[in-house]
Ligand binder design. Structure first.
Ligand code: AR6
Length: 208
């Protein structure tokens, strides 16, 4: 496993190195999935080609949870950039299952991908919507030459998605893009969800 170049001054990996490097899995011979514990607003691996995903809502102007933390850390320019995204219908800049990209502004990561996951209790097909939010995030990342991307557990907070089901869907969808990224990371805020993701990754992927 060759270590990626770390150019950022604020690197989640280096700040975690002494206590917990997380869990590493193979996506392909030259591409890895890493599951880490930490705060996604602090994450960067290579500021020339990295992005974090924010679990947004359809308005795409910020909110609570990880999205709120990401907007606070990025600064007000992020919200201004979001306003620039055209509305596809009144009040909707990013429909459920889709993704949009902006710069990261004051974040250590160079770009932010705004992905809208399903509200578990009200979505007609939450599995499909959740898979689409990962798929479209990875698509937009690929189109923008992103090589390192970090996800939180989309829809697993305010939107109420059960952790186990979300873990299987997210990891299986990321597998479809095995050759397109050097590393795909999950940055988990809490021990319980971190463990769920590691256990499901063990079932879906092989250990690196
Ligand atoms: N770093 C990593 N993960 C985090 C962080 C962080 N700093 N903060 C929270 N999480 P949520 P959703 C975890 O609620 O369910 C917002 O208002 C959190 O513990 O952020 O997709 C948006 O604007 C959980 O595991 O996103 C939308 O309106 C995961 O991130 C709505 O919430 C996702 O929880 C989206 O809800």
């Amino acid at each position: 496993l060759s270590s990626p170049k770390r150019t950022s001054t604020v690197s989640l990996s280096s700040s975690m190195a002494s206590s917990d490097e997380g869990a590493v899995f193979n996506l392909s011979v030259s591409s890895f999935l890493k599951i880490l514990k930490g705060d996604i607003t602090k994450w960067s691996v290579d500021s020339s080609s990295d992005a974090i995903v924010t679990p947004a809502n359809e308005r795409m102007l910020g909110g609570g949870g990880a999205d709120g933390a990401i907007h606070r850390a990025a600064g007000p320019q992020l919200r201004a950039a979001c306003y620039e995204a055209p509305e596809v219908r009144p009040g909707v800049r990013c429909p459920t299952g889709e993704a949009r990209i902006t710069p990261g502004f004051n974040l250590p990561a160079s770009r932010v991908i705004h992905a809208v996951g399903p509200i578990y209790d009200t979505d007609d097909n939450p599995e499909k919507s959740l898979a689409n939010s990962y798929r479209n995030s990875l698509r937009v990342a690929k189109e923008n030459d992103i090589k390192y991307i970090a996800f939180p557990a989309i829809s697993c907070g305010i939107y109420g998605y059960p952790f186990d089901e979300a873990a299987v869907i997210s990891i299986s969808t990321i597998k479809e893009f095995a050759n397109d990224f050097k590393e795909v990371h999950f940055v988990m805020f809490a021990d319980d969800i971190y463990s769920v993701w590691v256990n499901q990754a063990k079932k879906v992927l092989s250990t690196a």
